[in-house]
Write a protein that binds this ligand. Structure first.
Ligand code: SF4
Length: 479
């Protein structure tokens, strides 16, 4: 049994399809889909009488009910072992009008290929398509009270280009993408039956996000592998020239970034690279008390509360370790449920010291951004929140900019990685050991406020701020 997603993988790389069937990777959700786009679209269209398909349905379920219903939802069809699911089909006098649903703001023109392939199956089964539209989220929608489906959902007959512009109608995009899938499906079968596939490395392996199977395909070994050379445009060519580790590099082959220089120096010497003057300079303005601050948040596809837009985040937890100039350390924390944004702000303002530095990890894309978003939603607190974000110092920068590099970092600098290298501290024995698991546990609190989960969640967040404290003190010991 094959699905449209298998065709997409196969067309990116046949070995990718082969791997995903042999060694599937766990799916990681980074967003909570707190509403069902299909159900909302049906409501928006005023459709309440329909036949809803089920996962194991055969084609007969549709054909046996064609005379009984005018609307079919989540209907499964199969042809030549390719299975497709059509979100909404509305019967017209001369065929079916299709609605494709997307819980995203800008469904891309590339989706037209999926639509054309779906319609190849329908066409083979004798089902005529007379038109199609997409239902998707309106990025500008701001919730006020109940979800306003007319404002939240956009129903369009065009798709979006890479700059999120609606340039082309779906019908004309599909016209150029119609094709016969039979030979492709046959080749996919042949690929899946192969025992081994030899594949050269190409830019497909590393384009945008590095392929999940890169290490399996090309055997990335060792902390000093040339593949770990950060921001290098030449590392693959270097590998092909027989330079497999960073310590084999000639100085002229690094590309002038601080990070690469640090990697080069660490690999050549086999020791920690630590630019003492630059690190001291970076931390010279730090002031006590130091507030080590970390937030946990969740991204919601559909705005759950007032003043939120699609894909806004809800910050529901913080941990704060406060170190005074005598070295005393104390801890504050907050864990909220439901719409806890204002309580979060008030709690943070009350407990965070009014003076001193605020140390975070990846400030710009995380804690500072979260505070700025909260300040937009609750402008009455803007001044106090700004007073916090203006005191922030990013502990990640000495590592991300190549002031400090240890070969064991293998080109990475997550806080968890640093802690495991530079201290005896470990996250591993905690039940919730990853950020997303923490978030999922929080979501489960909606239904089940298990004290053990709450305790783990609090401990997890506290570990991040304690880890920052440990890493900062490790840095101070290197002076
Ligand atoms: S790493 Fe490259 S060759 Fe290997 S599966 Fe991915 S895209 Fe294909």
């Amino acid at each position: 049994m094959k699905h449209i997603s298998d065709i997409k993988k196969f067309e990116r790389c046949e070995k990718l399809l082969w791997w995903t069937k042999r060694a599937p990777q766990p799916f990681q959700a980074y967003v909570t889909f707190n509403e069902n786009i299909l159900e909302l679209t049906l409501k928006r269209l005023g459709i309440d009488n329909y036949l809803k398909g089920q996962p194991n349905n055969t084609n007969d379920v549709f054909f046996d009910n064609e005379d009984k219903y005018d609307v079919f939802v989540s209907t499964r069809f199969e042809y030549e072992d390719l299975r497709v699911k059509i979100p909404i089909m509305v019967k017209k006098s001369d065929g079916y009008f299709l609605y494709y649903t997307y819980a995203s703001c800008f469904p891309k023109e590339s989706e037209a290929q999926t639509m054309a392939d779906n319609e190849w199956v329908l066409n083979k089964l004798g089902i005529k398509v007379v038109g199609r539209k997409v239902s998707h989220l309106n990025a500008n929608y701001c919730r006020k009270g109940e979800l306003d489906l007319n404002e939240l959902l956009q129903i369009d007959d065009f798709l979006y280009n890479d700059r999120n512009r609606p340039n082309n109608k779906i019908s004309s995009l599909i016209k150029h993408r119609k094709r016969n899938l039979s030979p492709i499906l046959k080749k996919m079968d042949e690929t899946l039956q192969m025992e081994h596939i030899e594949k050269e490395r190409t830019n497909i392996c590393t384009r945008r996000n590095k392929c999940d199977y890169f290490d399996s395909c090309f055997g990335v070994k060792g902390d000093t592998s040339i593949y770990h050379l950060v921001s290098s445009s030449k590392k693959f060519d270097l590998y092909d020239q027989g330079i497999h580790t960073i310590n084999q590099l000639d100085f002229s082959e690094i590309e002038g970034t601080r990070h690469q220089f640090a990697q080069y120096m660490a690999a050549k010497s086999g020791k920690l690279f630590f630019d003492k003057m630059a690190v001291e300079g970076f931390f010279k303005d730090i002031q006590y008390p130091i507030s080590y601050l970390d937030f946990e948040w969740e991204t919601f596809a559909f705005p759950p509360y007032d003043l939120m837009h699609p894909y806004d985040v809800l910050t529901f937890q913080y941990s704060l370790h406060i170190e005074d100039k005598d070295g005393n350390l104390r801890h504050e924390e907050f864990l909220g449920k439901n719409d806890c944004r204002e309580t979060f702000i008030q709690h943070l303002i009350e407990h965070l010291p009014k003076e001193g530095s605020v140390m975070c990890y990846n400030v710009e894309g995380a804690e500072k951004l979260r505070l700025k978003q909260l300040a937009e939603q609750f402008p009455q607190y803007k001044e106090q929140l700004q007073q916090i974000w203006e005191r922030m110092i990013d502990l990640a920068i000495p590592f991300s900019s190549g002031l400090i590099y240890d070969n064991r970092m293998a080109g990475m600098y997550s806080l968890k990685k640093l802690v495991s290298i530079f201290t005896d501290y470990s996250y591993d024995d905690l039940e919730i050991s990853h950020g997303m698991e923490a978030v999922r546990s929080y979501i489960n609190l909606e239904n089940d406020a298990d004290p053990a989960v709450i305790e783990s969640l609090l401990k997890y967040c506290a570990m991040d701020t304690y880890a920052m404290y440990l890493v900062y003190h490790w840095i101070l010991k290197q002076y």
